[in-house]
Design a protein around this ligand. Sequence first.
Ligand code: NAD
Length: 529
Amino acid sequence: MQATTHPDASAPTTNSMVAGAMRAARAAQASWAETSPAERTRILRRFHDILYRRRHEVAELITAESGKAYTDAFGVDVLVSLDSARWTAKAAPRFLRSRWQRVDGLMFLRKRVRLERRPLGVIGVISPWNYPFFLPAACVLPALACGNAVLLKPSEFTPRAGAMLGELLHGAGVPAGVLQVVQGDGMVGDAVVRSGVDKVIFTGSARVGRLIAAACAERMIGCSLELGGSDAAIVLADADLQHAADGIAWTRFANAGQTCVAPKRVFVEAGAYDAFIGALSASVTSIRVGDGRNPATEMGPMIHADAAALVRAQREDALARGARVIATAPVPGKPDVATGPSGPAPVEDGRGDAQVAPTVLVDVTDDMRVMREETFGPLLPVTRVADLDEAIARANATPFGLSASVWTRDRARALEAARRLEAGTVMFNDATSVVGMPSVPYGGVKASGMGMLHGVAGLEACVQTLPVVDDRFVGWRQPWWFRYGDRHLAHLEAFGQFAHAPSLMARLRGLPGIIGMLLHRNRNERKSP
Ligand code: NAD
């Protein structure tokens, strides 16, 4: 089936068009915020149903535009977006409901507080190309559910997937002004950041994340930054090695290695090293590389030739410094430095320059680019370590902190590792899967970002939490208001004693002072001159 987004919806947007979109979004947001959470939920459910009906068309569009394997487009971009829409529709109304609550502490017994969730206004969402439908959806859906308008800027490499997301949401009933898709490169992204938006939710590289954080700081607006990573996988000697090898092969090489939350450096305990390398090599050698449109293809080309060239350069750097290729899979019709001439027919999708063979490297050292930089492609360095202590020290020796995985049957050691790893998420005997769980918050630490997506934390990122403080006894003075003097201090002392003295007897000695204060100071009397 042919995808059917409006042709103009993926055309580049000029800076003045961004300004116009911003004005329209601002104008539309007020009435969107007035619609009930239940009505907004109905719209999200309709979006879910439309996406389900058009699921194959959306997956085909993503594959056609990005080159990725159809199964990855369908299995992640489409199915996880469906889950995300359903969870957001269910969770948002409960999250947005205001409730009165008691205030803890003796001083404030007469107070009560109502926490209101107020939309931020207009949120700028700037997205990358690697999951070009799901990643913007995971940011746009909670933003809309919370009553915000959104300016969405998809990646310049996947404008049609972003336009498709807009089209489906508009078709579900999101007013045109409330969600505006603006298209173009980093200049347009920068124009969004400076357009007057109230917050930016950015997913992309650490380099651009820093620029956006600085621009937001100048404007004193908040930003959530979901950035790159160099996740460690730690394989302990007692692990189920076949499971570890198959799991690490999939999480690293699915989507042609272009997944943010994925193992990019593997550390294997010495006792398991040889057996693990054997199992991993078997798993990687059998990956079917080819045209993403073929349903049997397991690894399509990368997004573009420049991205592939970067990964090849990282591999060449490692080989020049003494690393060895231990496993790779043939790329159809393409002799590769690692594989030599290969057998199958060439890929006919015109993306030959972006095809990179999945490659496992051993004998890697910490000075190699593959250990120092993010490798955003099908390249995996594996290192032997003496024990868990060495694995953790080397895993943490990176500026990044997106996620990490520990592969073992021993939960106690896995938990010990989780406590010591500098990562936003730690997964046991799996990697990557946290990204597919819309109810679970995830985000990076260190250079991998600030803030969280998904779950209640992802909803909280889209609102201002407004405490409304009420007093049950209007007309009764607060005991700490002006009338300073010895008596006032004595009352405060009694308060402190009753609330905080170390023993019950000592605390009770503060009680007469409190009663005295209530008797003498609770009326709105005029201050004597
Ligand atoms: P990128 O940073 O080059 O671009 C991301 C988006 O930012 C694009 O839409 C781009 O046009 C825009 N942009 C570029 N310069 C800008 C500027 N100065 N101001 C505003 N916007 C600007 O990243 P990419 O190459 O598209 O994506 C790959 C990166 O994204 C990898 O590092 C990957 O790890 C990361 N990523 C992180 C997550 C996560 O959840 N942590 C998810 C997916 C991808």
